[in-house]
Ligand binder design. Structure first.
Ligand code: ADP
Ligand code: MG
Length: 591
């Protein structure tokens, strides 16, 4: 049975499989490789995942969610159509859709996967990802850091010489920077740094905020539909700017029209605060390297890395324009696919070795004197240590005749223990004696699969150890069983319906966004298509699909065009559109 590789992205997800000596991307029902990581609950309780769900962010924001990966590992719940979902449950639904597509493509069920996560994901977030997989009925063979996957793919396909490269993955909601050394067939990640709240979404937000400022609107009080439309247009305009000099955004609220023309010049200004944060992350990765040396190549991956202004910014920073990966938004998935191949022990991949580093510091809470109320962390394994890593430290008693030494285990970069994530604790007995005489040796061993082994041995010979596998799965076995039950009862939208559903959802969104005559046209189109979906035969639908889609494309372009142009068309003759649209209901509805 195949093991698939999954890039479970904030914005988009992708699955790959290693077959016959190469990585294949698995297409979804729409024939696309990227599936939007968006989930929407339909009126009948079934769940849509992918592009059609993304459309519903605008038309049905109350029953739709996206970018929930940023909440992974937190207690946040999202409410969709009145039902509460944890982020890992929403991720599980995305995984179920990918599995369904893989099953159809491969002709066999898939039960095992390698999944990528941002390098900067902490243990809570990694555990939530594993839980999402379990809820989807998947056995996770390994979690791999996204930049490690990208490096693996780059190294494997480019067959570059021995070198040190920097991989900058700038996606929708996360930034990951890693430095990778390649020597013969060894790929070694030597440093990673990142920010899992920084990505293209922040740029969209900056554009939307600027739009509101310029137009004297209060973003918080905007109608949710208008707001969602604003974000959608901000993203479209941002992407367009990599190929055209200017793009416009417009909103209509009642009789009022608001608009903004976005240029690369303006985008550069709006992105400046985001880029400053990118710069800090890159600097941290450079400083964290255990060895120095020159970087021979900077490789850009992720959707946002395609922004012209991002390339400009990095060019200024590095003095040379970095190279955008051949398939910037697929390279991670391709790497995870290779990793799945390695797990399957594909013979031709045997000789690729990949090492990894610890993404965060691990240590124990210590106090400086008896009665010190704010323990700080003594780090045993600093972040960016090569894995597997093992370190030992000696800790002495603080008061006379102290009988136990207690070690709270923390993960994170904060100085005070309370700023970090507590993973567990170990206690050992010590023999009586003056303060500072009795001690314990604490050993941390962190292996490549992210399992932390902690042991403590006291001067009196007491020995305790602990394996921290899933330290933060706050869920009990019972709670997990209940979540699995809930998730498995949810029906994904019927097979074969995605294309049609997407067209309907797009139509509904355009209807909400459009005003006046455009809105009437959208209503006609949606009513017609809905009727075909509900009552028409398959043949009717096949016959009309292209035609309806073409009209919707045209209508969307009109509805989202510069408001002044729209005004012009409304008052003008508009013969062409009349004709294009006018024949729909009469001609086809009767067939
Ligand atoms: P993630 O890894 O977070 O799922 P991706 O790597 O697919 O995301 O990147 C998604 C982000 O990239 C979104 O913010 C999207 O707006 C942005 N994006 C996608 N294509 C482009 C493009 N051609 N130019 C600029 N930004 C893009
Ligand atoms: Mg990504």
């Amino acid at each position: 049975m195949a093991i698939i590789g999954i890039d479970l992205g904030t914005t988009n997800s992708l699955a790959c499989v290693y077959r016959d000596g190469r990585v294949e991307r698995i297409p979804n029902e729409l024939g696309e490789y990227k599936t939007s990581s968006a989930v929407s609950v339909l009126e009948d309780g079934t769940v849509l995942v992918g592009a059609a769900a993304k459309e519903r962010l605008v038309s049905q924001p109350e029953s739709t969610a996206a970018s929930f990966k940023i909440w992974m590992g937190t207690e946040k719940t999202l409410t969709l159509a009145g039902r509460a979902f944890k982020p890992e449950e929403l991720s599980a639904l995305v995984l179920r859709q990918l599995l369904e597509d893989a099953r159809r493509y491969l002709g066999e069920p898939v039960e095992e996967a390698v999944i990528s996560v941002p390098a900067y994901f902490n243990d809570d977030q990694r555990c939530a990802t594993k839980l999402a997989a379990q809820l989807a009925g998947l056995n996770v063979k390994r979690l791999i850091n996204e930049p490690s996957a990208a490096a693996l793919c780059h190294r494997y396909s480019a067959q570059t010489g021995d070198s040190q490269m920097m991989i900058v993955d700038f996606g929708g909601g996360t930034l990951d920077v890693s430095i990778v050394e390649c020597f013969e067939n060894i790929i070694e990640i030597t440093a990673i740094a990142g920010d899992n709240r920084l990505g293209g979404d922040d740029i969209d937000r900056a554009i939307a905020a600027h739009f509101c400022r310029e137009n004297g609107l209060m973003e918080e009080t905007l109608d949710p539909i208008l707001r969602a439309s604003l974000y959608r247009q901000a993203e479209t305009a941002k992407i367009a700017l990599s190929s055209v000099p200017a793009a416009s955004i417009s909103l209509q609220q009642g009789d009022a029209q608001y608009s903004l023309v976005l240029t690369n010049e303006l985008l550069r200004t709006l992105c400046a605060p985001v880029f400053q944060r990118v710069r800090a992350v890159i600097a941290r990765a450079m400083k964290d390297r255990e060895r120095g040396g020159r970087i021979s190549d900077v490789i850009l991956v992720g959707g946002s890395a395609q922004l012209t202004v991002f390339g400009d910014f990095l060019e200024e920073l590095f003095g040379r324009r970095p190279h955008v990966a051949a398939a910037p938004d697929e390279i991670v998935a391709l790497g995870v696919g290779l990793c799945a191949g390695i797990k399957e022990r594909a013979e031709d991949l045997q000789d690729l070795v990949m090492t990894d580093v610890c993404p965060f510091s691990l240590g124990v809470a210590t106090v400086n004197y008896a009665g010190d109320k704010t323990p700080h962390v003594t780090v045993l394994i600093p972040r960016s240590s090569m894995l597997p890593a093992s370190r030992q430290e000696r800790f002495v008693t603080l008061v006379n005749n102290q009988d136990t030494l207690r070690f709270e285990i923390y993960q994170g970069e904060g100085y005070f223990a309370s700023e970090n994530l507590k993973l567990g604790e170990v206690r050992v007995q010590v023999p009586p004696g003056p303060a500072g005489e009795q001690f314990a040796l604490v050993t941390f061993t962190y292996d490549i699969d992210g399992i932390l082994h902690v042991s403590a041995k006291s001067s009196g010979g007491d020995y305790r150890d602990k394996l921290i596998l899933n330290p933060n799965l706050r869920l009990t076995e019972e709670g997990k069983a209940q979540a699995m039950e809930r998730i498995s009862q949810i029906q994904l939208a019927a097979q074969g319906s995605q294309r049609d559903q997407l067209l309907l959802e797009r139509g509904l969104r355009v209807y909400r966004q459009a005003a006046g005559r455009w809105r009437e046209m959208a209503a006609g189109l949606v009513g017609y298509w809905k009727q075909l979906m509900d009552r028409g035969s398959l043949i009717d639908r096949e016959r009309s699909y292209e035609q309806v889609k073409e009209r919707l494309d045209w209508l969307e372009a009109q509805a989202e065009a510069d408001p002044f142009a729209a005004d012009f068309w409304c008052d003008g003759s508009g013969d062409e559109e009349e004709e294009l649209f006018g024949d729909i209901s009469e001609e086809d509805a009767e067939e």
